[in-house]
Ligand binder design. Sequence first.
Ligand code: NAP
Length: 329
Amino acid sequence: MRAVVIDQPGGPEVLKLRDVPAPVPGPGEVVLATTAAGVNRADLMQRQGLYPPPPGAPPYPGLECSGQIIAVGSGVTDWQSGDQVCALLAGGGYAEQVVVPAGQLLPAPDGLSLRDAAALPEAACTVHSNVVSYARLAPGETLLVHGGASGIGTMAIQLGHALGARVACTAGSADKLARCRELGADLAINYREEDFASAVQAFTGGRGADVILDIIGAAYLPRNVSALATGGRLVVIGLQGGATGELDLGELLRKRATLHASTLRARPPEQKAAIVAGVHAEVWPLISSGLIRPVIQATLPLAEAARAHRMMDAGGHVGKILLTVGPAG
Ligand SMILES: NC(=O)c1ccc[n+]([C@@H]2O[C@H](COP(=O)([O-])OP(=O)(O)OC[C@H]3O[C@@H](n4cnc5c(N)ncnc54)[C@H](OP(=O)(O)O)[C@@H]3O)[C@@H](O)[C@H]2O)c1
């Protein structure tokens, strides 16, 4: 089979499509013939040598894909060859075939093409596990989503809205703000022009945001804490603005607020399986009923992975960029 390999860290040009050995399913695993793979910001970091795959993961980039099961390992009883699925991966999505623990499979949702299903697993699992399972976002609460037009943000806005929360978000251009409003954001803040903490305080009548899903980290830490409501939950999942910041613990304790930080990729397969089961139970019905749709900026052939990375690096996209594999793509 062919996969996108990274021989040495570098720019998009280091991504090369090459023949590699086909994967074989171990106990509890299946092999998929890939239809499409989602591109994630983490793949850009992996390409630059800044985010190595966890031990045991395939060396090729790609944290999510869709496809058809072509081989089933021992002990797998819930899935069979021919099933159309999408999957949360620890790596290896940029390939014609990929091996996946069976607990990380989701059925391709009704009403979506198998290709478009590749846009869902990473964002749905990241957002649901943080905003719902951890932060317990409740109807009527306010959710602030940073980077509302990102792959993660477009899912978070839709899920927050579908759960009956009031959703505020940040983005860096008028076009992106308009797209965020279409997805269900009640307040869309241009972070280049306005202080988001003041905007959220004004929007909530001085109460603040109950849950903040943050992808910026250090650069937003003080303002995130000041934007939190009493009892608020700040959930940091990205460090685009640095890892080391100053935290006013006094403000945190006066608000009885919590700070949580997590990353999905390195979690053990049992935890990923539990997260996937939660997504299947609580997000999949919202997709089938059309309340949540994948937002897809572009689909490119696997051979053009470098162009997909340049597109993501340039930052003009809204939602996801997909790589399609084989004739079905
Ligand atoms: N911890 C986890 O488990 C986990 C899992 C998945 C993703 N993530 C993280 O989630 C983030 C999004 O990932 P993705 O794949 O969806 O990437 P993406 O689509 O490329 O999104 C990146 C976004 O960051 C926004 N942004 C940049 N500077 C900003 C700022 N100062 N304020 C607000 N937004 C800003 C950009 O929007 P503008 O153009 O509007 O600036 C862009 O939409 C990444 O940081 C990624 O590492 C974490």
